[in-house]
Design a binder for this molecule. Structure first.
Ligand code: DAH
Length: 287
């Protein structure tokens, strides 16, 4: 009996609330209709869904491609030790290669990482071989800016540690990466390239997608864009990571994400990417 009564009370209260709400809504509508400035025939205000930054779109795409191939997705700090950024990658203090990567130093002796490669040192310390991983992120260089240089830009690093890795493995993986990400056939070329942390090292270039090889400010009139430096992990780097180079081998790449974004969307100036202009950013949609 009590339950029955309670139910009656509840529906009575609910009814009252509904009635009152309808009454208030009707009043509100009436008030608007009486307002000479209100025009019910005008379209409603548009709600705008946000959109992702093109660098985020491409990063997520690359993450999907590599995760499907069994790669870990790792996130490493932007503030690095000098050791991880340089020494562990076979770049001692006296090495001329340091001049190419001038950076921002912090008062405590650490630095803003100049590349995502220190992730190689961290990953080798963290995971037991064999393993494969990618680590995307922001990197920093102390340099003057122009259409193709920024002080802050994005890279994604890849590292595969296995027994008996060859250059053929490397090239096959890089080809998959580029065709998946750009979603079109792209002309590429492979040149020898020097990086202290790989041996042999390569520069993988793609034909400039902005000018289709004719020459423009993005490709510095060469028609080609250095996009994907890569190589077989140097024995010193393996050793520094605690791995025996007689047993373990690997490949690594450091993909310039900002450049890739520019190629994919035919953006003519890298400085658009970090400028935070909503008119620029909102042009990019998934799909
Ligand atoms: N860390 C290099 C840079 O930013 C790029 C690089 C070259 C990364 C070769 C690699 C590699 O992993 O194998 O200039």
């Amino acid at each position: 009996q009590v339950g029955q009564k309670a139910n009656e009370v509840r529906s009575a209260v609910r009814q009252k609330i509904d009635d009152r709400r309808a009454e208030l809504e009707a009043q509100e509508i009436q008030k608007l209709l009486n307002d000479p400035h209100f025009d019910a025939t005008l379209p409603a205000l548009e709600t705008r869904a946000g959109s992702l930054h093109p660098v985020t779109l491409i990063t997520e795409h690359i993450e999907d491609v590599f995760r499907a191939m069994g790669f870990y997705l790792l996130d490493y700090p932007e503030v690095e030790t000098e050791e991880n950024n340089f020494e562990g990658l076979n770049i001692p203090a006296t090495h001329p290669a340091r001049d190419m990567q001038d950076t921002f130093w912090l008062n405590d002796g650490n630095l803003l990482r100049t590349h995502t490669s220190p992730g190689q040192v961290r990953a080798m310390a963290e995971y037991k071989p064999p393993f494969r991983a990618i680590f995307p992120g922001r990197v920093f260089r102390y340099e003057s800016t122009d259409a193709s240089h920024e002080h802050t830009f994005h890279q994604v690093e890849g590292l595969m540690i296995e027994k008996e890795i060859s250059v053929a493995n490397l090239i096959a993986s890089m080809k998959t990466l580029i065709s998946e990400v750009l979603e079109r056939d792209v002309t590429i070329r492979l040149r020898p390239g020097y990086f202290p942390f790989v041996e042999p090292g390569f520069e993988l270039d793609i034909q400039c997608q902005v000018c289709h090889g004719n020459g423009c400010s993005v490709c510095k009139k060469s028609g080609w864009l250095e996009l994907l430096p890569c190589g077989l992990v140097h024995p010193n780097v393996l050793r520094f990571g605690g791995l025996d180079p007689e047993v373990w081998s690997g490949w690594a790449f450091g993909l310039g994400l900002s450049r890739l974004v520019m190629m994919k969307y035919q953006i003519e100036d890298i400085r658009h990417l970090m400028a935070g202009d909503i008119r620029f950013i909102s042009q990019f949609r998934k799909g």
